[in-house]
Design a protein around this ligand. Structure first.
Ligand code: GLN
Length: 452
């Protein structure tokens, strides 16, 4: 059922639909495990823009009274006493919390396997859902009743899983949405965004969660377009296809993306562009993200935050025991690398250099947006891999899978992944990147493909 159709129903009918949606979520959980925590419907339907639409939240977003683990054993028993800004907004607008979705521990991963509940791909249970917001994507794809997923991206955690599961995923401009109540991965990169089966759901979700919040100094006061006005662009869009992404992408995906664009050349003016910083963005990202992550994780030592036990031995022994037990392998790897790259004696070689590269990436994008409305590239280099394939790959290979999603994330630019078809019966996606705060262009671009 389409969201618009739901919104037009009377309160009694909407309540019945919401009940069914919660039941459907339970069935999906049995087969695909998209949730860490599944909520119960309280039977109340409020008014507001969402009028009772079930909304799921990635488990790194704090929900008052509902366990929030960020996919980590170290937070296994954490029940926040407060709501994140986005949760407040969804509640104020009559959204119902459907549950908390599975994710790679603290957002560390591209396949949603670095955690204790591993969701399956909506199209093939032997394949990964994608990470880190894997649960959100599988759930969005499987729900037949109205649903919006609130997820988060640091370096591709919305685009990758959304694309692997054939749904829309919007990562807004850095600062568009308040991060208050988000369990940090990397503060200068984290962005809360939305997944939906429909462009309408993306626009509706964005309008609700965007805006200035005094509790997040980086949140911006820039108006968003109203979801009620979404439609095709009112003038031709000038598109730059980032041509040097072709060499990283499976050829059928790249050619399908070009076909889809060409089919709409009445409304799109298509050009090829090269992105010189593409190859370096990945390395810059992983240094910055890990450096920030390692400082963020230092608070989980079993005193104020994280798993707690009987204190034995001295404090160092106690902290080590808690951290050894509570963190998974990928979190430990990132603490070690992140600490190393910002250590005195190494920071100018790694961390500071990574910041300089980040500036170059930002500058290159700014130059491009003088000429183009949107930049377009494939969402992922390949379709969702099988579990048995990713079990074998080395961490560095897994990081390289993010080559296409890192650049807009590193630059804090809004981007949207759009499902464009199938390859070997698995969904494939195309990504569009816009200049800062130009989500509206992305939404109208997505609308073209949803309706073509
Ligand atoms: N795969 C990337 C990483 O592991 C991105 C994850 C994310 O956006 N949270 O850092």
């Amino acid at each position: 059922m389409k969201i618009k159709e739901f919104l037009e129903k009377d309160a009694k009918t909407r309540k019945e639909i919401v009940e069914k949606a919660f039941e459907e979520a339970e069935k999906i959980q049995e087969e695909y495990s998209p949730f860490i925590t599944l909520n119960k419907f309280d039977g109340k339907i409020e008014e507001g823009k969402l009028k009772g639409i079930p909304v799921s939240f990635k488990d790194s977003i704090c929900t008052k009274g509902i366990r929030t683990t960020a996919g980590s054993k170290i937070l296994m028993n954490y029940v926040p006493p407060f709501d994140a800004h986005v949760v407040e907004k969804i509640k104020e607008n009559g959204g119902k919390i459907l549950g908390k979705t599975a994710m790679d521990e603290f957002g560390f991963g591209s396949f949603c396997i670095n955690t204790f509940i591993i969701p399956k791909n909506a199209y093939d249970k032997e394949r990964v859902s994608g990470g880190s917001s894997g649960g959100a994507a599988t759930l969005t794809a499987k729900m037949s009743y109205p649903h919006i997923a609130i997820a988060e991206s640091t370096g591709g955690s919305i685009t990758t899983p959304a694309s692997f599961n054939g749904v829309y995923g919007l990562t807004p401009t850095y600062g568009r949405v308040s991060r208050y109540g988000l369990i940090d991965y990397s503060n200068s990169l984290d962005k809360i965004g939305i997944m939906s089966k429909e462009i309408f759901g993306i626009a509706l979700g964005l309008e609700i969660i965007a805006g200035k919040d005094p509790r997040d100094m980086t949140s911006a006061n820039v108006p968003v377009a109203s979801y009620s006005k979404i439609g095709k662009p009112n003038k031709k869009l000038k598109i730059g296809v980032i041509k040097n992404t072709e060499k990283y992408t499976r050829k059928e995906i790249f050619s399908e993306m070009m076909n889809k664009l060409q089919k709409n050349n009445d409304i799109l003016e298509i050009h090829d562009v090269e992105m010189n910083t593409l190859d370096y963005a990945l390395y810059s990202y992983y240094i910055i993200a890990m450096a920030e992550a390692s400082t963020n994780l230092s608070k989980y030592c079993g005193l104020r935050y994280g798993l707690q036990k009987e204190i034995e031995g001295n404090y160092n022994e106690y902290f080590s025991k808690i951290r050894a037990e509570g963190f998974g392998d990928e979190a430990k790897r990132r603490i070690i690398i992140g600490t190393f790259v910002r250590m005195a004696g190494y920071k100018d070689k790694y961390y500071e250099k990574a910041l300089k590269v980040r500036t170059l990436v930002i500058n290159e994008f700014s130059e491009k947006f003088k000429d183009f409305d949107l930049l377009v590239l494939p969402s992922t280099p390949n379709i969702a891999p099988k579990f048995k394939e990713v079990e074998r790959i080395e961490p560095i290979e897994a990081y390289k899978f993010d080559i296409l999603t890192i650049p807009p994330n590193l630059a804090g630019l809004p981007h949207l992944t759009i499902p464009i078809g199938k390859l070997e019966n698995m969904p494939i996606g195309m990504q569009a990147i816009a200049n800062k705060f130009e989500e509206e262009k992305l939404i109208s671009f997505g609308y073209i493909f949803e309706n073509d």
